[in-house]
Write a protein that binds this ligand. Structure first.
Ligand SMILES: [Zn+2]
Ligand SMILES: [Zn+2]
Length: 166
């Protein structure tokens, strides 16, 4: 299946619309490694003839698998991306926000790919208040506590702490 929208029958119909849905396998968008974080995607869209432009609006839904960046447990993150893109057949439309296309088919693979990558979580978390692992003993602080004390920044204080705890 190709990720193309054929606009032939709304070419002469200003404000004419094409609605549809694509079911997309991650391979079709050539998403970056690691491959196993990706799941199938659904894209619901409306493509509108806006005169000089075709406006693509839609919602892309999927989920991605990660490791929590604090406690390293597996976590699935829902992906929901609002897509808003503009396409034109006129190459003289000098605007980096407008994608150029030729003929009757708009290939949306590349714009969807960009939208997905931009919406990836930078630091995936299992929950916003995940307490993570103790950096000293590795205890999962969501499950248990440990006896490690936070290290003093100032070495003179560390010496004092030692004296006091004797
Ligand atoms: Zn976590
Ligand atoms: Zn610890």
């Amino acid at each position: 299946m190709s990720l193309k929208i054929n606009i032939h029958h709304i070419r002469e119909d200003k404000s004419g619309q094409i609605k549809g849905q694509f079911s997309i396998r991650p391979q079709e968008l050539d998403l970056p490694a690691p491959k196993d974080i990706w799941h199938p995607l659904i894209f619901d869209f409306v493509c509108t003839n806006a005169g000089d432009l075709y406006v693509l609006e839609g919602k892309l839904k999927s989920r991605t698998s990660h490791q929590c960046s604090r406690c390293l447990l597996p976590v699935e993150i829902p992906l929901e991306v609002d897509v808003h893109e503009q396409f034109s057949r006129h190459p003289d439309k000098e605007d980096e926000d407008i994608h150029h296309f030729i003929g009757d088919e708009i290939d949306i693979a590349e714009v969807l790919r960009e939208n997905v990558i931009l919406s990836l979580p930078i630091k995936p978390l299992c929950s916003p208040d995940c307490r993570g692992l103790c950096p000293h003993c590795g205890t999962d602080l969501n499950q248990a506590s440990c006896d490690c004390k936070p290290q003093s920044v100032d070495p003179r204080l560390a010496v004092l702490e030692k004296l006091i705890s004797k």
